[in-house]
Design a protein around this ligand. Structure first.
Ligand code: GLY
Ligand code: MN
Ligand code: MN
Length: 491
């Protein structure tokens, strides 16, 4: 009997092992995750209130082509539903609707054989209950005649409507649902503008609640974020090995994004930034156009894989030829020092502004030491045209998650927040610094999980120290042997 049990245990362990190693495992968020998030929202909602979320609009790229659809992150967080033309009502308390008790109602697109032939199947109100775990589901077309009196609630909480919702002239589309909703809640009534106390509409509280919820990551979200960050840093490493003078910025972007896709990250969480030399000084440079990156230049690469909705945000700055010049290294190591000093104080209880201040202090003092700033006087370190710090003109930290600049509270750090620390120095051509510093852009951006007494660097798979970057860049690359035909050779 004992042996039998032992064998059974071993067998089960072996099965678990197989499952753990299966690279095709289904690691999407479950309907249970989203259900618990709705419960968590209810716990924050005052009595007798309803929260309403709308899906993102479909945005047009040009003519017959729309942008790849991206769900509104709040709507996704609450429902897991990825389709457009949807709306969800989340009630604080159970209410009786058409003889059924419920505390949530979802509206989805109706089936359409022709459109589904082009775009693939829609979940529909037949498929939604099982897939999403929401029992009461209707079609958007049913909302107009919907018998729900919104005046019964103390508060109807929602976000301001996005102003780029197109009228698709389809029954029950997002445009129509919003129009009907506005009528039902009296959105356009004079009361709202003139006597706000007369309305139960609340356009502010929901955002505060969402920041509270989304800013603290659940275990399932952390798993996805770790994966997104691992993929992004793995790509940084492979590109460090592969990069050579003469490659184009576009090609380097392509190497990163190929690796994202190889590891099944569906999208980039934001447009990839790959800028060599002075292009690196443009903070959100996304053209990535330079045809040949040059020996002697630094290249700044800020890219984040989005895995099942969650995005990393990682920047590495490396010398195209594999070796930092003396001046490049001085600037690089200063940015590294700023990030390190922030990392050391990054823990529960530290404020975002303390992180910002410490990176500013290290960078400003370091630039004075290098003779790049004359002094710490505001007139010496401020660019009068932008009002920002001349060489470190951006913030240092933000939450990441479903959005790259994620929703979250920006006061004190709390356990299980995931944030970036991303100091940078960008010395543009023509700036007052000595010419020898011109066109040096450096940003080092990493993703940190905040813990009670410190933080974990999620992105430390990719080297951050200048010496470690140089060492990795000496290694051979899988792309070294990738030889493709000349484009002209086909003619
Ligand atoms: N990639 C945008 C940012 O670093 O905030
Ligand atoms: Mn960032
Ligand atoms: Mn970034």
């Amino acid at each position: 009997m004992k042996n039998y049990l032992l064998l059974l245990t071993l067998f089960c362990l072996a099965l678990m092992e197989v499952k753990a190693q299966n690279p095709h495992k289904d690691d999407f968020l479950t309907s249970d995750f989203h259900k618990k998030r709705r419960e968590a929202l209810r716990a924050l909602m005052p009595p007798n209130t309803v929260a309403v979320f709308f899906s993102n609009p479909v945005r047009n790229r040009a003519n017959d082509v729309d942008y790849v659809y991206h769900q509104d992150p709040n709507f996704f967080y609450m429902t897991g539903h990825k389709e457009p033309h949807s709306m969800v009502l989340i009630f604080k308390d159970n209410l009786n609707f058409n003889g059924k008790e419920t505390n949530e109602i979802l509206f989805v697109r109706q089936h359409n054989a022709l459109m589904e032939m082009y775009e693939g199947g829609r979940l529909g109100k037949d498929g939604a209950p099982e897939k999403l775990g929401i029992n009461m589901v209707f079609e958007g077309t049913e909302f107009g005649d919907f018998n729900l009196d919104f005046s019964q609630f103390d508060k109807v909480m929602f976000y301001k409507f996005k102003d780029d919702v197109r009228d698709h002239r389809e029954k029950g589309d997002l445009y129509e649902m919003i129009q009907e909703f506005k009528t039902k809640v009296g959105y356009e009534s004079k009361d709202l503008a003139i006597e706000p106390h007369k309305t139960n509409i609340d356009l502010r509280s929901l955002d505060q609640m969402m920041a509270k919820l989304r800013g603290i990551k659940e275990k399932e979200e952390l798993d996805l974020l770790r994966k997104a960050v691992d993929i992004s840093t793995l790509a940084q490493n492979e590109v460090m090995k592969a990069i050579k003078p003469g490659m184009s910025e576009t090609e380097i972007q392509g190497l990163h994004e190929f690796i994202f896709k190889k590891y099944r990250a569906e999208y980039e969480g934001y447009p990839s930034i790959v800028g060599a030399g002075h292009n690196g000084c443009v903070l959100h440079y996304i053209e990535n156009y330079k045809p040949e990156v040059e020996d002697g230049e630094l290249i700044l690469m800020d890219l984040g894989a989005e895995y099942h909705g969650y995005t990393a945000d990682v920047t590495r700055t490396i010398p195209v030829n594999g070796k930092f010049s003396e001046n490049q290294k001085l600037i690089y190591d200063l940015v590294y020092k700023a990030q390190e000093e922030a990392r050391k104080i990054c823990k529960e209880g530290t404020s975002f502004s303390e992180l910002t201040k410490i990176t500013q202090k290290v960078i400003n003092e370091g630039l004075v030491e290098l003779g790049i700033y004359k002094s710490l006087n505001p007139e010496d370190i401020t660019n009068p045209d932008t009002g920002r710090n001349r060489y470190y003109p951006h913030g240092c930290c933000h939450h990441i998650g479903l959005d790259v600049h994620d929703k979250g509270e920006y006061a004190e750090l709390k356990e299980n927040m995931v944030i970036t620390i991303e100091p940078g120095i960008y010395i543009t051509e023509g700036s007052p610094a000595d010419k020898k510093w011109w066109n040096i852009p450096v940003r080092i951006e990493d993703d940190f999980l905040v813990t009670k007494d410190g933080c974990e660097i999620l992105s430390d798979l990719a080297p951050r120290k200048s010496e470690d970057i140089e060492k990795l860049m000496e290694q051979p690359s899988a792309f070294d042997n990738l030889v493709l035909p000349e484009l002209e050779s086909h003619h």
